[in-house]
Ligand binder design. Structure first.
Ligand SMILES: C=C1C[C@]23C[C@@]1(O)CC[C@H]2[C@@]12CC[C@H](O)[C@@](C)(C(=O)O1)[C@H]2[C@@H]3C(=O)O
Ligand SMILES: O=C(O)CCC(=O)C(=O)O
Ligand SMILES: [Fe+2]
Length: 353
């Protein structure tokens, strides 16, 4: 990676360039799942096992809620820097941030608002009234999508026979005292490179590669592209980045690290990143992060484990994991320190059955 300085409305900052060569290869198909279709649970589980990512349609959220949030957020980001800071406070971690992501030196070509989104939260109390109202209405709706998806995930894992099984994931995030829900609004202004700078080999990093630490993330963006996911490689093909074509009418769902652990690796958290817009248009994305209460134990759900199967992870609470995660850089492997070497033993036990 090479540090460059690119001019734009968000000042001169050293930026990281992402090699584009790694994107070569056929367009990967992002699974597109109709949340109301009869086979949705199986399709969701399949997508979470293979990619850890899918697009959700037929979600029932009125377009007006996202439109209202998009327009009030764009009006907010158009305010002078100091006003934005005064209204939200600096992102430590909640608040208004610009260029710097987290507190360990990551930078990106964006500005953002990071808000607590819990049912009882007053996240962003000093924001403009229209933005606050739009955030509240949108959060209620996207939380509903998250609930539906978490129930489909549980059903797809084979836990759907009882109400308890079907709701086991959803209840960790919604309707649970102290759960850790956040809403993030990211604004990526166009990044116009000076004449002579060549974009063919590199893109400018909007948001560097990472996995999300929570259980689930539900993302919606405007029409501007930039999001990419990492397709894991195997013995026959190397890992590669694939662009996710934007679709403002749909939501994109990410499996987070905590869900990877809860399913003992059956669902895989997806590495993703955002490249800064190359055209004239800004990218505006809104992400709902569903995390559990700080005291929630994160360990494989008993109901998903086969007889004799061992946990692939040392157990932790969400509070411990979040604290550790916030000491890492974006691209670090945050689950690494919790991994146990039991995969081979589990495979052997499974094939003997
Ligand atoms: C560099 C960082 C930003 C982040 C906290 C961290 O130290 C590592 C995880 C990052 C991440 C990625 C997903 C979400 O955008 C986020 C809010 C989260 O929960 O973990 C961010 C954190 C952040 O921006 O503060
Ligand atoms: O802005 C985007 O499209 C994705 C950002 C993201 O992955 C994040 O905020 O965690
Ligand atoms: Fe993310």
């Amino acid at each position: 990676m090479v540090a460059i300085t690119a001019p734009s409305s968000i000042e001169h900052i050293p930026l990281v360039r992402c090699p584009k060569g790694a994107n070569a290869g056929p367009q990967a198909v992002i699974p597109c799942i109709d949340l109301s279709a009869p086979g949705a649970a199986a399709a969701v589980a399949d997508a979470c096992r293979t990619l850890g990512f899918f697009k959700a349609t037929n979600h029932g959220v009125p377009a007006g809620l996202a439109d209202a949030l998009e327009s009030s957020a764009m009006a907010f980001f158009a305010l002078p820097h100091q006003e934005k800071l005064d209204m939200s406070g600096p992102a430590r971690p909640l608040g208004y941030g610009s260029k710097s992501i987290g507190s360990n030196g990551d930078v990106g070509w964006l500005e953002y608002l990071l808000l607590s989104a819990g049912a009882a939260s007053s996240g962003g109390a000093a924001l403009p009234a229209a933005l606050r109202a739009a955030v509240e209405a949108y959060t209620g709706a996207v939380r509903g999508v998250g609930c539906r998806v978490m129930e489909l995930m549980a059903e797809g894992l084979g836990l759907g026979a009882s109400e308890e099984g079907r709701c086991v994931l959803r209840r960790m995030v919604v309707g649970c005292e102290g759960s850790d829900e956040m809403l993030r609004v990211n604004h990526y202004p166009p990044c116009l490179l000076p004449p002579g700078r060549d974009r063919d080999e590199c893109g400018v990093t909007g948001f560097g590669e990472h996995t999300d630490p929570q259980i689930i993330s539900v993302l919606r963006s405007n029409c501007t592209a930039g999001l990419q996911i990492l397709l894991r490689g195997d013995y026959s093909s190397p890992a590669r980045w694939v662009p996710v074509p934007p679709d403002p009418d749909s939501f994109f769902v990410n499996v987070g690290d905590s869900l990877q652990v809860l399913t003992n690796g059956r669902f895989r958290s997806v590495k993703h990143r955002v490249l800064a817009p190359e055209g004239e248009e800004s990218r505006l994305s809104v992400i709902y992060f569903g995390g559990p209460a700080a005291s929630q134990r994160i360990a494989p759900l008993e109901q998903v484990m086969r007889e004799g199967e061992q946990s692939l992870y040392r157990e932790f609470t969400w509070g411990e994991y979040k604290k550790a995660a916030y000491k890492t850089r974006l691209g670090d492997n945050r689950l690494g320190p919790y991994e146990l070497q039991h995969a081979a033993a589990n495979d052997e036990a499974a094939t003997k059955k």
